[in-house]
Design a protein around this ligand. Structure first.
Ligand code: G3H
Ligand code: ZN
Length: 282
């Protein structure tokens, strides 16, 4: 059934586990995430990023409706989350399109502007029933440098700044920079577990890890034990899908029916989902 992100994250926090959130681009991604979660009998979050909306000719509803319909038909709770939203126009479509949560991404802005934009997004989101996630990477501007977002390798969230940011913005969850970075194709990131401990002890909102495709199983389960309650995964699905399709097409150069290779890609993604979801629980 369709579930709410806030409830799934709260349940994960109470159980000292994490809920996995997978970025979906195609209908096959949606089906694979739900099938993979069903195989593990675990709740899951389907996330649609602003980039994915751009890929879908700028339209949110086609993918959103497919995600909602797949969620409603599933045997496990599935929540819909709008990810890395920079555009206020897209933010305002979230609730009507079936999303229970958004990640508002103002990390490119200097601290004061990030805070003001995020507070406005959180106020609007709360008035419209949305759970709002934001991120604080490295605060730039002090030395004239541009801010580093939470996924730049080397960016680190400062615990003191994070405390003030969460209090002043009113967000429901915080994405933190502790060593992961987006779009890694090897699982070689090393996380700063001491920093995670400080952040987790100093903040009373759930913490989110982005760029989790680059984080190995042991690092990931340690991060979950250390207070990460939502784990965002995107690239790992594409790695699995593309490798499986590449292998299939190489072995079947005469194949033409797209279902033949898309199903192979979908199954590979579903296996990846099941494996990762099980890591969150141990
Ligand atoms: O918000 C989405 C995630 O941060 C995905 O990152 O593609 O590196 O796994 P990833
Ligand atoms: Zn992300």
């Amino acid at each position: 059934p369709l579930a709410a992100t806030g409830a799934l994250v709260a349940e994960a926090t109470a159980a000292r586990t994490a809920v996995a959130a997978f970025n979906v681009i195609t209908l096959e991604h949606i089906e694979a995430v739900v099938a993979g979660a069903e195989a593990a009998n675990a709740p899951v979050i389907l996330q649609v990023s602003e980039n994915a909306v751009r890929y879908r000719y700028g339209r949110l509803l086609p993918l959103a409706r497919a995600a909602a319909a797949t969620a409603e038909a599933s045997s496990v709770p599935v929540a819909l989350h709008l990810d890395h939203v920079q555009s206020d126009e897209l933010l305002r479509q979230a609730a009507d399109a079936g999303f229970s949560s958004v990640m508002y991404d103002a990390a490119r802005l200097p601290y004061d502007e990030n805070l003001a934009a995020t507070r406005a997004a959180a106020d609007w989101g709360h008035a419209n029933g949305l759970w709002v996630e934001a991120e604080l990477g490295e605060v730039g501007g002090k030395d004239g440098s541009a801010p580093l977002d939470a996924h730049a390798p080397g960016a680190r969230t400062d615990p003191g700044e994070a405390r003030a940011y969460v209090t002043d913005s009113g967000v429901d969850a915080l994405a933190v920079a502790i060593g992961s970075s987006h779009a890694m194709t090897t699982r070689t990131a090393t996380l700063d577990h001491d920093l995670l401990k400080q952040l987790s002890e100093g903040l009373d909102v759930p913490l989110v890890l982005h760029g989790s495709s680059g984080v190995g199983d042991d690092e990931l389960s340690q991060a979950v034990r250390g207070g990460i309650a939502k784990v965002n995964v995107g690239t790992a699905l594409n790695i699995a899908m593309t490798a499986a399709i590449r292998e299939f097409l190489a072995a079947h150069p005469d194949a033409v029916d797209s279902r033949k290779y898309l199903s192979v890609g979908r199954e590979a993604m579903a296996r990846t989902v099941t494996e990762l979801v099980e890591v969150m629980r141990r």
